[in-house]
Design a protein around this ligand. Sequence first.
Ligand code: SAM
Length: 479
Amino acid sequence: MPWPALPIEDLPAWAHLNGVSFNKIKVTSTEGKGYGVVSETDLSTVDTSPDTPALLTVPHDLVLNAAAVDEYAKEDKNFRQLLDAVGHRSGRADVLLFLLVQTALASRYGNPSVGVSNPWTKYLQFLPETVLVPTLWTEDERILLQGTSLEAAVNAKISALDAEFAVVRERSSAVACWRELLWVAGLVSFTDWIRLDALYRSRCLELPRSGECMVPCIDMINHSATPSAYYEENLRDEVVLLLRPGVSISNGDEITISYGNDKSAAEMLFSYGFIDPQLTADELVLPLSPFPDDPLAKAKLVAFGQAPQIRVARGDGGSIRWQSEFAYLMCANEEDGVEFRILQDNDGGRQLRVFWQDEDVTDRATGFETLIRSHPLAAVLQLRVVTVVQEQLQTQLERLRSRTFPDQADPMQREDCFKAALLLRQVEAKILESAIEALEKERSTLLKDRNVVAYLGLMEHAESDLAGEEAANEADDFS
Ligand SMILES: C[S@@+](CC[C@H](N)C(=O)[O-])C[C@H]1O[C@@H](n2cnc3c(N)ncnc32)[C@H](O)[C@@H]1O
């Protein structure tokens, strides 16, 4: 749909009309980061008291979350119909539906017969048309992510958005006035849905009382590893922007906040479309699949109930920590003591239950690492898990390296996407190398474990007995 745009110079008038107060700061264009907030005077908290007035105050009724969407629906019976037909699946999905409607209304301003406009209808028109998050990269640009942890994550997100959009389209088409506005004229496309998701992801924040939400004007503030400000909800539930203690900034300086100092490079790029090399946590998350020949694979996935992953992080002092709860369930077999049973419940339904050493551990299926600790062959199971995780990381590193990365972006790729992908590849290759090395050390230690040595000795013995029997059989056959 055509994305309506208003010049940022109109923002102060919108703010005034809607009770947002800017105090010696303004929203303006910044170098390479879109809009940002700059100071209009010298500011300092070095000598001031804690009750220095906020730099920005946003009234509570402008905070956009699922509860606010519900309130808007009370004033607008057409939107209420739409929300009842499509919404109430998650807070995020309700806000996205609201944003979709507001953008459609703004782009079809001549047709106000459906929907009531509100402060967000206009505010959305100040937001950028695109964000550099990879779900909005072109196919040529997404090639740059091959071999990184984002390759699978971005594809999975696009598929999930596609399924979500199909539901929105189908259910809203059942409501006559919205079918007319959104779909009959071909106003809304899947790209619009991807864009709204990107806009929401890159601008939403978490507040103690309002939860996950969008806050107008606060969402104009850019990120820095050394932020000068922070936001919070005050006693009146307004969202306020405050200068950090001990900070001095000059007239014209940009005011920044932190988008979180524990986010990995992949997470930063996925959510915000840029990587802060100064801050990103050295962390990597990869998907994990059960062994393709494991007859219990499906049952293990169902019982685990979450997306199986391997998480690797570099801790303080450079040491590597890794975690993969599913790998423990994946590597435990029937002969070790894992069993699945289908039990009838009181309502006549059937339930998949997981047993470990004959104990029902269905509620602890995501905690197999703890469960196996008391097993006499715990070290053997640990060795299997370490080997599987190491192999997965090795395969990932080989995929990352198998693609010769060009020296520069080709004409079909935006420079910023190229630079972000290059940085992501460097960060991920480094952590993969360190993790593989750490896992190799862990494997060597486990291979010296008394129980492992005894177990492997037994296995070798059994194999040579088997080979001997086979050879004897073959000899018999030959004779
Ligand atoms: C909450 S918005 C901030 C306002 C935004 N710049 C705008 O034009 O509306 C977050 C987006 O700003 C941009 N951004 C924020 N901090 C940045 C930084 N340090 N470097 C590059 N881009 C940044 C990214 O596009 C990000 O998705």
